[in-house]
Design a protein around this ligand. Structure first.
Ligand code: MSP
Length: 534
């Protein structure tokens, strides 16, 4: 079902040193929803996620837990990071770990190549380093510590002390890419999105770039520099290359040509690595730059970026155990403008679950299938003559498909869901106004009732298709409930951009009993530590 148009999309690869929290889950479900949309629209789609396993942070976490770094990451990936994908119903095509040979060998090859092309030199270096960020910090990113760290210089993001590092390093001539990068941003206005992220990067690069230290010699948990095995490659250079090594860079030219270049979705905390260093590395190697980088905002808890190190981390299972994975996906993707920060609160999640999912979408599905069962013995009737009100529904559906697809092109999942939700609202209003329970009492309104039931069922058919990338579980249940699985085939095979073509659900289809898509939940969030509204 592929159109040939390649769509390769990635999440950041996560540090497995901590257990996943809802911030990691947010990026992952956003990328999964975008990938599912494109896959179902027939694009030649590939979704990659994975873990970033080298570096000092990992080495220290392992030591603190009395394990070797490899044992430590193996355990965390198996116990926490693979299960996260199941918890959130993520349909990734691949999962890369930076300790895999397929990655390590190609990283060495890449670094050797840019060395051979004259972009690497040896030098002395002294600067303040944040192990939390795995990054050297410039003055504007350093603040005075408070509390236990009074009198020390701390990282503005982690609020933890910085370390003065002084060593011989290898450097990448990033400074030579100031102009080429500015040209790239100017010629491809969509290279960095949203606009605010783009502006921030452009003004940063305009100040001129400094060369980048790309090796470390004080520890050895990393990939060895090919020409000097006393050094390991800087963890960010190693990590960024995952996007290329996972799709055959250096090993499978055909696969690489098919997939590359990628779209990268990242939190705004790591935008510069992706929009500055990464394209410069690729330019140095003579490899095509990414298609684009989309930076989303932070989930805030209590007004601050939610993070494990600040003890505001909430595990995704705390939400999915109560509300289910569909609600998790729907809530974060619809309630937050993709690209901006958003405050998480249990009250907001619970209110939206009730209003939009249980009462809005879920109830529409239950009552439509129940009425077909009650009034038409479970058989979808044929529509009679179309009235203005029916036409409005048909047009609402067609418009929603176009608007949602256009929003997805801009990575605006929230706008896509809002467009699709116009169908939910229009259908609920349609049922209220047409009062099928009144029509059912009057034999003379038989044909009119047929039309109303058909219109509601066909609208739900479109909703199931359009919402399946966002809520794969509930839409699958609805698909079965509508009897569409037998007559139209699998939900994931329904052409998404064709979802607005009216009349696909065949009259004569038998509907099946439908359990509530979004059951009542008992007092969610009671006593949860993250319950504060930011
Ligand atoms: N390992 C690096 C990325 C390397 S990519 C080549 C890293 N890992 S991380 O585990 O710290 O994950 C960072 C990503 O997790 C962020 O970019 C973002 O996508 C997500 N988030 C982490 N905390 C978040 C919030 N509080 N809110 C939203 N997203 C968050 O950085």
């Amino acid at each position: 079902m592929t159109s040939g148009r390649s769509f390769y999309i990635t999440t950041p690869i996560y540090y497995p040193s901590d257990v996943p929290h809802i911030g990691h889950g947010y990026t992952t479900v956003a990328v999964d929803a975008l990938a599912r949309w494109h896959r179902q629209a027939g694009d030649d789609t590939w979704m990659l996620t994975g873990t970033d396993e080298h570096g000092q942070k990992m080495l220290r976490a392992a030591a603190a837990n009395g394990a070797t770094p490899q044992e430590w990451v193996d355990r965390l990936v198996a116990e926490s990071w693979f299960p996260l994908l199941k918890t959130l119903d993520v349909a990734n095509d691949d999962f890369i770990r930076t300790t895999q040979p397929r990655h390590e060998e190609r990283v060495r090859q890449f670094v050797q190549a840019i060395h051979d092309r004259g972009y690497i030199y040896a030098g002395e270096f002294e600067a303040l380093y944040c192990v939390g960020c795995e990054e050297f910090k410039t003055e504007s990113e350093i603040v005075d510590g408070t509390g236990a760290f009074e009198g020390l210089k701390v990282c503005a993001i982690h609020s933890k002390p910085l370390e003065l590092l002084q060593e011989k390093n290898y450097f990448f001539k990033l400074s030579e890419f100031t102009e080429p990068l500015l040209k790239l941003y100017a010629e491809n206005p969509d290279f960095i999105r949203p606009e605010s992220a783009r502006n921030e990067v452009v003004s940063f690069v305009k100040q001129g770039l400094k060369d980048l230290s790309i090796s470390r010699s004080t520890f050895d948990w990393g990939i060895k520099v090919p020409w000097d095995e006393t050094h390991v490659i800087y963890v960010w250079v190693d990590a960024l290359l995952n996007y290329a090594t996972a799709v055959g860079f250096g090993s499978d030219p055909e696969e690489f040509a098919r997939r590359w270049p990628a779209y990268h979705v990242v939190g705004k905390d790591i935008l510069r690595f992706h929009a500055v260093i990464w394209p410069a590395m690729l330019m140095a190697a003579g490899v095509e730059v990414p298609r684009g980088v989309f930076a989303h905002g932070w989930l805030l808890v209590g007004g601050e970026k939610m993070s494990k190190s600040k003890l505001t981390g909430i595990a995704p299972t705390e939400i999915t155990d109560v509300f289910g994975s569909d609600a998790y996906r729907f809530y974060f993707l619809s309630a937050i403008a993709f690209g901006q920060d958003g405050s998480f609160s249990w009250e907001d999640l619970s209110a939206r679950y009730q209003a939009e999912l249980a009462n809005g979408f879920g109830n529409l599905a239950s009552r439509t299938t129940a009425m077909i069962a009650r009034y038409r013995e479970g058989i979808v009737p044929p529509a009679g003559e179309e009235t203005d009100g029916d036409r409005v529904i048909r047009e609402t559906v067609a418009n929603a498909v176009e608007r949602a697809d256009a929003a997805i092109e801009r990575f605006r999942l929230d706008e896509a869901i809002a467009a699709i939700w116009t169908i939910v609202d229009a259908l609920n209003l349609y049922i209220t106004e047409n009062e099928p329970w009144v029509l059912a009492k009057d034999e003379g309104s038989r044909s009119r009732l047929d039309t109303v039931l058909y219109t509601a069922a066909e609208g739900l058919r479109a909703l199931a298709v359009l919402l399946s990338p966002i809520m794969p579980i509930a839409t699958e249940k609805l698909w079965v409930g509508l009897g569409a699985a037998e007559s139209l085939g699998r939900l994931q095979d329904q052409a998404l951009r064709d979802a607005g073509r009216w009349g696909q659900l065949r009259p004569g289809t038998s509907v099946n009993a439908l359990a509530p898509l979004f059951p009542r939940v008992e007092q969610p969030g009671d006593g949860q530590p993250g319950a504060a509204k930011a």
